[in-house]
Design a protein around this ligand. Structure first.
Ligand code: AKG
Length: 248
């Protein structure tokens, strides 16, 4: 599988030379690019436009590298027998329903967790919570060591679930790339209402920690063809960074 075939871009041309640099050390666009901060639920912080286009391009290029076999992009069969419509690749620890291990779906060792993603996620947590950082569980000492990259082809979605396979209550950092989506942020008790539907766009940052850390959440739908064509991306990518609490 060649790089350009992953997530579309059959020409491999999108993003120009910068996109071929697979480093994820881009960092956010800075506060001037952020279009406003909201807290859709206590502990959940949305920073729209956190990543500028260059930063998004570099992350998309990095995702294409991470998606390569071995230990690359794969489909996931749930214990119920059904396949998830989202395909994913894990870094640091391999997520499977419902746990983490060091070996990927194809038997290869999971790819390492990129330190650049750790820096990006720590910056995300610091900017999301600001002066309130010390009050958010696990935020001040945030040591993320796992990332899950989800690719949503057209029509894919993710049912409401809690992220509770980690042995830590540190925040989850979520970055969106490509097509917009409707992200459902629910409550911590049930899969039913109350919930808030958020439209997430490419470059948006969502951090959920503290009282929102174990909120049910999912992706109701993606909005096909809404990505900036410059990204050369078919569908949507989501990178979630977490602290596994599993130790070294
Ligand atoms: O794609 C998203 O925005 C959500 C991903 C998610 O819920 C997960 O990876 O657990």
């Amino acid at each position: 599988m060649i790089q350009g075939e992953l997530f579309g871009d059959p020409t491999g041309a999108a993003g120009g030379e910068e996109a071929s640099d697979s480093s994820a050390s881009s960092g956010p666009s800075g506060s001037s690019g952020v279009l406003g901060r909201s807290e859709p639920a206590p502990g959940a912080v949305l920073l729209p436009g956190w990543l500028d286009l260059d930063a998004q391009l570099r992350l998309v290029a990095a995702c294409r590298e991470w998606a390569r076999p071995p230990a690359g992009l794969h489909s996931v069969r749930m214990p119920t027998g059904g396949m998830m419509s989202v395909r994913m690749v894990s870094l640091g620890w391999h997520w499977y329903p419902y746990g983490y291990r060091r070996v990927a779906e194809d038997g290869a060792p999971v790819k390492p967790f990129p330190p650049e993603l750790g820096r990006l996620a720590r910056q995300a947590v610091a900017e999301a919570y600001g002066a309130a950082l010390p009050q958010v569980a696990g935020a001040a000492s945030y040591e993320p060591d796992v990332a899950i990259v989800n690719h949503y082809p057209h029509g894919a979605k993710m049912g409401l679930h809690q992220d509770r396979d980690e042995r830590a209550d540190a925040p989850v950092v979520s970055v969106s790339l490509g097509d917009r989506c409707v992200f459902r942020l629910g409550n911590t008790e049930t899969r039913t209402r109350p919930w808030t539907d958020l439209e997430l766009s490419s470059g948006d940052l969502l951090v959920f920690g503290g009282p929102a850390r174990f909120a049910y959440h999912g992706v109701v739908r993606t909005l096909q063809g809404t990505a900036d064509p410059e990204l050369g991306l078919v569908g949507r990518l989501n990178i979630t960074v977490r602290q596994s609490g599993m130790g070294a």
